[in-house]
Design a protein. Structure first.
Length: 322
C-alpha cells in the first residue's frame, strides 16, 4: 500500500487517537496505516507529529504481565545451522528476531537477518508455535546508524520505517538495541523511545517495545526516564551472574518487574551449565523480574536437546524451582 500525502501524516494520528478514545476495544488490524516500504526514506513531518506521539505515549503506558517471559535471540545468520524447524519453542515465550540495522537517514536494512525470506520464516514458525516474535533493531557496532536515524532530522522517518517493517513482516513488537555513545546522545535516545511508543500506541497499541541495556552502555539514570514507556528493560548480563545489573537499575528506581535477565549461552559467556541457567531463572523469579533473555538460540549445543533448555521449559510452564 502506498504512502499518502504529507498531510495524511499530520491528520492520521489525530484521527487514530479520536477513534481510540471513542472505541478503546477496536481491533489492532483496523488501526494499521499505509506506511511506505521500509527501504524507502520519506521526508520528516513537522514537530506536530512528534508532539502527538509524545501525548500518545503519556496517555497509554504499557502494562506488565505477571507471566514469566522467556526470550531467545534468533539471528538470521544462524538459520542455516539452526533452521526454524529445529528451534525448541517450548523453552521460550518470545523469539527475538535478530536483526535489522538503522541507517543514518532513518531507513531500516535487512543486514543480520540476511534476507526477507529469513524474516518471514521466523515470524511464520513462531506464530505457528503460538509464540510472540519481536524484531530487534540495532546491535553491537550500530551506534553510528542510530546517531543519524534518531536525530531530530530523521527520527520521525525512522519511527515510521520501524513500524512499517513490523507490519510488513508481521512482528509482534520491536526491540531497540542501541549500544554505543548513548550517554553522549541521551536526548535523542530518550526521544526515540518515547516517540516510538507514542506512534505504536496510535497505530499498533498491542505491540511490545523493549530496550537492551547494561550499566556500562546505558546508565541507570537514562533508563529511569524510559521504563514507563517500554514493556521490558532487557539486561545484557551475558558475562556475569546479573546481580550487579539488577541492583544498579532497581536502586535507581527501575521497577524489578520491568527487568529481563540476560543468559549468555555462547562459549565465551558464563552460562555453560544447567545449574548456571537455573540460577538465573531462580534469581529472576525471587527478585520479581519479568523473566529471562538468552543470547542466542544458535549457541545451544543442540537446538532441541541442550540440557540448558530445561530450566527455561520449566519456567515457561510455571514450575521453575525457586
Amino acid at each position: 500500500m502506498l504512502m499518502a500525502s504529507r498531510a495524511y501524516w499530520l491528520l492520521a494520528p489525530l484521527t487514530a487517537l479520536a477513534v481510540l478514545a471513542i472505541h478503546p476495544g477496536i481491533s489492532d488490524a483496523s488501526q494499521k496505516c499505509p506506511f511506505r516500504a521500509a527501504s524507502t526514506v520519506v521526508p520528516s513531518p513537522s514537530n506536530e507529529l512528534r508532539a502527538l506521539a509524545t501525548q500518545a505515549s503519556a496517555a497509554k503506558a504499557p502494562s506488565t504481565s505477571t507471566r514469566f517471559i522467556s526470550m531467545g535471540y534468533y539471528p538470521g545468520w544462524e538459520m542455516n545451522k539452526t533452521p526454524v524447524t529445529e528451534v525448541d519453542y517450548t523453552a521460550f515465550t518470545t523469539i527475538m528476531s535478530f536483526g535489522m540495522y538503522p541507517s543514518p537517514d532513518g531507513g531500516v536494512g535487512i543486514n543480520d537477518m540476511q534476507s526477507a525470506e529469513n524474516a518471514r520464516a521466523q515470524v511464520a514458525a513462531a506464530h505457528t508455535a503460538g509464540k510472540k516474535i519481536n524484531l530487534t533493531i540495532g546491535g553491537e557496532g550500530q551506534g553510528t546508524g542510530f546517531l543519524g536515524a534518531a536525530s531530530n532530522r530523521h527520527r520521525a522517518t525512522f519511527i515510521r520505517n520501524i513500524i512499517d517493517t513490523m507490519q510488513t513482516y508481521g512482528y509482534d513488537g520491536v526491540d531497540i538495541d542501541w549500544e554505543e555513545q548513548v550517554p553522549q546522545h541521551q536526548s535523542d535516545y530518550v526521544a526515540l523511545v518515547h516517540e516510538l511508543r507514542g506512534m505504536l500506541n496510535v497505530f499498533s497499541p498491542v505491540s511490545y517495545l523493549s530496550i537492551d541495556v547494561d550499566t556500562g552502555q546505558i546508565p541507570p539514570p537514562i533508563v529511569t526516564q524510559l521504563y514507563a514507556s517500554v514493556d521490558s528493560v532487557n539486561l545484557m548480563s551475558f558475562w556475569s551472574d546479573g546481580l550487579d545489573q539488577v541492583s544498579a537499575y532497581t536502586s535507581a528506581g527501575v521497577p524489578a518487574n520491568k527487568l529481563v535477565l540476560g543468559i549468555g549461552l555462547s562459549a565465551d559467556y558464563v552460562d555453560q551449565t544447567v545449574e548456571s541457567v537455573q540460577t538465573k531463572v531462580n534469581l529472576a523469579k525471587t527478585k520479581g523480574l519479568l523473566g529471562t533473555l538468552c543470547w542466542e538460540i544458535g549457541n545451544l549445543k543442540t537446538a532441541r536437546t541442550d540440557p540448558r533448555l530445561q530450566p527455561l521449559r520449566r519456567a515457561v510452564a510455571g514450575s521453575a524451582a525457586v
